[in-house]
Design a protein around this ligand. Structure first.
Ligand SMILES: *[C@@H]1O[C@H](CO)[C@@H](O)[C@H](O)[C@H]1NC(C)=O
Ligand SMILES: *[C@@H]1O[C@H](CO)[C@@H](O)[C@H](O)[C@H]1NC(C)=O
Ligand SMILES: *[C@@H]1O[C@H](CO)[C@@H](O)[C@H](O)[C@H]1NC(C)=O
Ligand SMILES: *[C@@H]1O[C@H](CO)[C@@H](O)[C@H](O)[C@H]1NC(C)=O
Length: 701
């Protein structure tokens, strides 16, 4: 469940594992395959196509007796907020997860160990193992404190030693058009009291014959729903987090994940995955399934390396959350610090793909900035304190939270295991909230602007126009001599992908060069422009990130020859582009972190941008380019995809640099010339080698 370390109160622990452990997971008692197997002919093939997951919500009001204990009316007030959030969260999930739809009404199972006191024990009798004696105290089925209506449940019967059963309760009508039933409860439970920071918790209660979760309950702690400190967005995110636990992201369910060699559609030869989690040699628990591992490797910019994703171990050997040091900001970490800082990230979606129960719409993933492209060493307890990554900090100074929406102070929490990061301050740290700004008329020596388009910048700007100190030199102002860098709020606007301008109170817009410090007219001091953090939207398709003046950006195009009349649909294009890129990376023998936004056209021209993203280890782009062209001319790239084989025919390249005007212009042309020289050089070498091998015997002097 969701831990709320809200606003720095890092005292809570997570409840999901504990809660899920207390719930027994029911499966249908026997095979659900249609009793009359001939009727399965009648099912149209289209009914086996995955459809968006249909989640039906049932809100069970607390009994009147409990409502008497609710003098503030939290239950009433909270109900609407919770149900609105549930609706939004389930709609969101519909756009992300698809399943093979449940045919006919969804019916949940009863627990025979609850309704039945004894079964027939003689294996030679026809009703062996069927219920011979009812439990008179049977109160029906419940899911995490919610009583499941009989209408949602299968019936049950009492069996004589021989012959037909005596029906006690017939099957309910079930729930139409539903793949997952979500019971919602809003309460002041003892768990809520014991863990005051918990907003909500959830568990899954029923599985289908392939172990896919069919029903679960989410319990909201009523006092939080009534609290103004949680926004609607926060409650939606908290709901989404809980719902994802109940749908399969849970330490108790990992061992039930499926693998189907022929895909979700043709559910043949599916089996339970052999290995979902494992412990590495240092004792770290990892989730190791293929899509998840690939997705983390892609995120860290080390494609080709097989990585497990570390899980947080709050207590005991089970874990239902990602390790926060590595995947800060993911919806499935154990800490939640507001919807603004939380993403439904690609690695979490990859986990759902690997569960084998869902088809996942990966384009619904939100980019995770934390650790992006930071390499294998990122997020280790041993590296986070060494300044090797600017996602972490040391000491206890002030700066900016890594998303730059908030000012932050360098601090830690139990899930960071000694690593420190800039965490939003206890109050008024949001740059994007106008109301956090100084009241009009007050002195604003650092020129801060709070606005929805403001972001946090590391700076030590001080106005040159301090009262009584007009146009004074910094050295003449005693407290200005060495103004420390800290987080301040300034306006920003994106000019293109990865590029932006900033504005300080009273200043014009000034271009911010990512990774550089700039001066602002009218101010002493410097403002640092973060790299790879701002104006990063539309991750995959548009132009690549932050280029500072020394970054060479190269567009490499490879013409491919494929089988005649080969046509590609969109999905195949993406796959082929990925395959070509992988071949290119293998050939170059270098990190994937150089290659960005691969694409392929219908006429088989593959294009990729090459530049060195931050944290990327290896040769310069120019060197890499030289090596690549050489080897490609020597031996074309051959890629097999589907049934076809593709070969590179020609290479084209285009070098560009940052579009920043004036002083970078010169660098630009120098860069271009260099590149052309290298190109000519490379081709020259090639030609020379060719000739050399053709020559036979000593050449005439
Ligand atoms: C997949 O996700 C994208 C982005 O959220 C959305 O626009 C699209 O409609 C989704 N596709 C399906 C089939 O739900
Ligand atoms: C399932 O396994 C059987 C036996 O190994 C094999 O003949 C069959 O082709 C498999 N089916 C699919 C769809 O892979
Ligand atoms: C905000 O923070 C200041 C100190 O940083 C503190 O004095 C004040 O009480 C806090 N206000 C709230 C509402 O937490
Ligand atoms: C601002 O910070 C930079 C880097 O720390 C320092 O060199 C400079 O002197 C500072 N400027 C002022 C006006 O304090």
């Amino acid at each position: 469940m969701l831990l709320l370390f809200f606003l720095g109160a890092a005292t809570s622990r997570c409840l999901h594992d504990e809660t899920q452990k207390s719930v027994s997971l029911l499966r249908p008692p026997f095979s659900q395959i249609a009793p009359d197997s001939r009727s399965s002919y009648l099912i149209l093939p289209s009914s086996f196509d995955p459809q968006p997951l249909r989640i039906q919500t049932y809100y069970i009001e607390e009994p009147i007796s409990d409502r008497a204990l609710d003098p503030e009316g939290d239950l009433m007030k909270g109900g609407l907020r919770a149900l609105t959030a549930v609706r939004e969260a389930t709609q969101r999930i519909q756009g992300v997860l698809a399943v093979l739809p449940v045919q006919g009404p969804l019916l949940l199972s009863r627990d025979p160990t609850q309704y039945c006191r004894a079964v027939w024990g003689d294996p030679d009798t026809p009703n062996y193992h069927r219920c011979s004696l009812l439990n008179p105290g049977y109160k029906g089925e419940s899911c995490l404190g919610v009583k499941i209506p009989d209408a949602h449940l299968r019936g049950y019967a009492l069996w004589p030693e021989q012959g037909p059963p005596q029906l006690v309760q017939p099957d309910g009508p079930g729930v139409q058009n539903t793949d997952f039933l979500l019971y919602v409860r809003i309460a002041h439970t003892s768990k809520c009291h014991r863990e005051p920071s918990v907003i909500a918790y959830a568990a899954c209660c029923q599985l289908n014959s392939e172990d896919r979760p069919l029903a679960g309950t989410i319990v909201y702690c009523a006092q939080h729903l009534a609290s103004p400190s949680l926004s609607h967005g926060d409650i939606v995110m908290a709901t989404l987090h809980e719902l994802l636990h109940a749908l399969g992201f849970s330490g108790q369910l990992f061992k039930k994940w499926q693998t189907c060699p022929s895909g979700l559609r043709i559910r043949e030869n599916c089996s339970t995955r052999q290995q979902v989690t494992k412990r590495d040699k240092w004792g770290q628990l990892l989730l190791t399934t293929p899509t998840v591992s690939h997705s983390l490797a892609k995120h860290l910019g080390v494609l080709g390396v097989s990585l497990g994703v570390p899980l947080e171990e709050e207590q005991g050997p089970l874990s239902s959350h990602w390790e926060a040091r590595l995947l800060q900001g993911s919806i499935m970490t154990a800490t939640f610090d507001g919807a603004q800082h939380t993403r439904l990230d690609p690695i979490t979606l990859a986990a759902f793909q690997d569960s084998g129960w869902y088809q996942v719409n990966h384009s619904a993933a939100e980019e995770l900035l934390w650790g992006k492209g930071s390499g294998l060493e990122f997020g280790l307890v041993t590296t986070c304190g060494t300044s090797s990554s600017d996602f972490f900090c040391t000491g206890s100074g002030m700066g900016c939270h890594y998303l730059h929406l908030d000012k932050g102070s360098c601090s830690s929490d139990p899930t960071l295991e000694g690593c420190r990061m800039y965490k939003p301050l206890a109050n008024r740290s949001e740059c994007w909230k106008k109301e956090n700004g100084l009241p009009a008329g007050t002195e604003n020596p650092h020129g801060e602007i709070y606005h929805s388009q403001s972001r946090c910048f590391l700076a030590n700007l001080t106005s040159q126009l301090l009262p009584g100190n007009k146009t004074s030199h910094p050295s003449q102002i005693p407290n200005l001599k060495e103004a420390e860098l800290t987080g301040y709020c300034y306006l920003h606007q994106c000019t293109q992908r990865g590029a932006y301008e900033v504005q300080v109170q009273g200043s014009p817009w000034v271009s911010c060069y990512p990774g550089k410090a700039i001066q602002i007219p009218g101010y002493h001091g410097l403002l640092y422009c973060p790299r790879g953090r701002l104006c990063q939207d539309n991750a995959v398709t548009s132009l690549p990130l932050n280029l500072s003046t020394q970054d060479l950006l190269l567009q490499l195009s490879l013409g491919l020859a494929g089988p005649p009349d080969h046509s590609l649909v969109k999905e195949q294009k993406e796959e082929l582009a990925e395959a070509v890129l992988q071949a290119l990376v293998n050939r170059g023998g270098i990190g994937r972190c150089y290659f960005h936004s691969p694409s392929i056209t219908t006429s088989l021209v593959f294009t990729v941008y090459i530049w060195k993203s931050p944290g990327c280890q290896g040769p310069s782009v120019a060197m890499l380019y030289k090596a690549l062209t050489l080897t490609l001319q020597e031996k074309p790239l051959q890629v097999y995809h589907g049934e076809a084989s593709f070969t590179t025919e020609y290479i084209k390249s285009l070098a560009t640099l940052d579009h920043n005007p004036s002083k970078t212009q010169l660098l630009l042309s120098v860069g271009l010339c260099l590149l052309l020289l290298i190109l000519v050089g490379a081709i020259g070498t090639m030609a020379y080698q060719k000739r050399a091998t053709l020559q036979v015997g000593p050449s005439a002097p």
